[in-house]
Design a binder for this molecule. Structure first.
Ligand code: K1U
Ligand code: ZN
Length: 186
């Protein structure tokens, strides 16, 4: 049994209300599914949010979109704090304002492990979304939080950050990911 599976089994034994979800890896075609809006923030969505937070913290990511765990609903979790204790939940997020200034930022993705590259994003954004309790919130984001929200909102539209790169780079990454997955499966 792989280490991650043993860790997951132990975690589920001691904290049965949470679960680690498998993260889809590029070029899995399910990453290109367009997510649907959440109709009601009910206990099923609350459980999904808890599981996504658990999965994001375990993977040492700063964000995770439901698309990445093969759930095609507009749900995002983020924590860009140093202390890893400030979770942000965005359900049905919508950009309501973007700054005229953009910036090239280094990005990574839990669905494209080991790959980092530059993507141009708005410097500052305002996002309207529901929180985990179904309450409306407006988040004003800059710097890493703004980059991360834009990256996660792309996931909900079925877009992975490598699609901003040149076809040459993207194909090299695709080949590398397929090879790594074949070796992992051995
Ligand atoms: O969507 C994801 O897969 C999560 C992704 C979020 C993200 C990181 C950096 C820029 C934009 C979006 C990650 O958490 S990748 C891993 C990571 O923790 C990280 C990578 C680069 C910079 C900072 C953090
Ligand atoms: Zn990502």
């Amino acid at each position: 049994m792989k280490k991650a599976k043993i860790r997951n089994a132990l975690r589920n034994l001691y904290a049965p209300s949470m679960a680690l979800l498998p993260i889809l890896v590029y070029p899995d075609p399910r990453l290109h599914t367009v997510a649907k809006p959440v109709a009601t923030v009910d206990s099923r969505i609350a459980q999904l949010v808890d599981d996504m937070l658990e999965t994001m913290y375990e993977a040492k990511g700063i964000g995770l979109a439901a698309t990445q765990v093969d759930v095609h609903q507009r749900v995002i979790v983020i924590d860009t704090s140093e202390e890893r204790n400030t979770p942000l939940v965005l359900i049905n997020p919508a950009l309501v304002w973007t700054s005229p200034e953009t910036h090239l930022n280094e990005e990574g993705c839990l669905s494209v492990p080991g790959i980092y590259d530059g993507v141009v994003r708005f410097n500052e954004i305002h996002v309207q979304a529901l929180d985990q309790k179904g309450q409306s919130q407006t988040v004003q984001a800059q710097e890493l939080l703004a980059v991360c929200i834009q990256h996660e909102m792309d996931h909900l539209l079925g877009k992975v950050f490598v699609e901003y790169l040149s076809p040459l780079k993207r194909n090299r990454i695709k080949t590398k990911m397929i090879k790594a997955q074949r070796e992992d499966a051995r």
